[in-house]
Design a protein around this ligand. Structure first.
Ligand code: NAP
Length: 281
């Protein structure tokens, strides 16, 4: 009898998730007898659900809003490289002498960096100043990733300035400064990289007062919002002749470590996969 490995994505709600399409594509591509199903789990049901990994029913899965912080608290072992993010999106089984335990990691950090590496090789060289717009959950992973790969300073600018200062102190001590979105104009002329991690760009929203023409002509602008694929920020940057990278690749790349952990094959982010997901946006 073939043993079918089962993985999941849980959230509340969950029906908008594109992860089943991504993992379904890789399962078919590699001819693996496995499944990856979206399951709606209410917050109070999370601890009991995670026991279904410990019982061996699921080999692991993804965790999305609103469960990432709680999952970080509930796992048995934490990935040391992403423990400081205090939010996990990928869980997998580990065998121990006491039975099956849960290993947690945050693959958004990896996905963010891998997307830039694929779409804009060399993006991190000579970055004196990087600007991160936003200080929410995704900004934590982005700022931590930039700290690993960018030689210069990371400026976290947020609507709520206090939140930016707290994130800077927590994630990028000494190399980062928190500020408000109004600080963009002063920083822009010496900033080679701008990353939007706020929700602005979704549902027709756009930044008021963000003058991209102040950036150096060589600057790279990237947005982690991927619906729409070309956000107003990216459209404005392109109109000025700046380099841009959209956020879909981050979604695709963050899925790689999970698939490898659950199904034993490291999958690739190919143009065919990208086209398949792009068609759903
Ligand atoms: P979050 O924790 O709720 O943070 C939201 C951020 O947006 C905060 O910094 C918030 O500022 C800011 N914001 C919201 N409305 C604003 C407004 N009207 N004006 C200015 N700032 C505003 O959300 P998240 O989990 O970090 O996710 C943020 C975005 O990233 C979402 O669109 C999500 O889909 C996307 N994302 C993409 C990927 C990917 O793989 N591409 C991965 C993760 C997330 P305040 O602190 O002032 O409220």
């Amino acid at each position: 009898m073939i043993h079918v490995k089962k993985a999941f994505v849980i959230g509340y709600p969950i029906k908008h998730s594109r992860s089943p399409l991504i993992h379904g594509h890789w399962l078919a591509e590699h001819g693996i007898a496995g499944s990856y199903e979206p399951i709606e789990v209410a917050p109070e049901a999370l601890p009991a659900f995670l026991d279904r990994i410990r019982s061996g029913e699921f080999t692991g899965g993804n965790v999305t809003v609103p469960h990432k912080e709680e999952a970080w608290k509930l796992v048995d072992f934490r990935d040391l490289d992403t423990d400081h993010l205090k939010a996990f999106n990928t869980l997998s089984q580990v065998e121990t002498v006491d039975g099956i335990a849960i290993y947690g990691q945050n693959t958004d950090l990896y996905g963010f960096l891998a997307n830039l590496d694929q779409q804009a090789p060399g993006w991190n060289k000579d970055v004196e100043n990087a600007i991160v717009l936003g200080a929410g959950g995704a900004a934590r992973a982005v700022a931590a990733g930039l700290m690993l790969r960018v030689p210069g300073r990371v400026h976290i600018l947020n609507r709520t300035r206090e939140r930016a200062a707290a994130l800077a102190a927590d994630i990028v001590p000494r190399r980062a400064v928190g500020g408000s979105l109004d600080d963009f104009a002063a920083l822009a002329p010496t900033s080679q990289l701008v990353v939007n991690t706020t929700t602005i760009g979704m549902h027709g929203t756009r930044f008021d007062n963000l003058d991209l023409s102040l950036l150096p002509k060589s600057a790279l602008v990237t947005d982690i919002v991927y619906v729409p694929l070309v956000t107003p920020l990216l459209a404005d940057a392109r109109a000025l002749g700046l380099r841009t990278v959209d956020g879909l690749g981050m979604l695709l790349h963050q899925a790689v470590p999970g698939f490898e952990a659950w199904f034993g094959v490291r999958p690739e982010v190919t143009p065919a996969l990208r086209q398949k997901i792009e068609a759903t946006l």
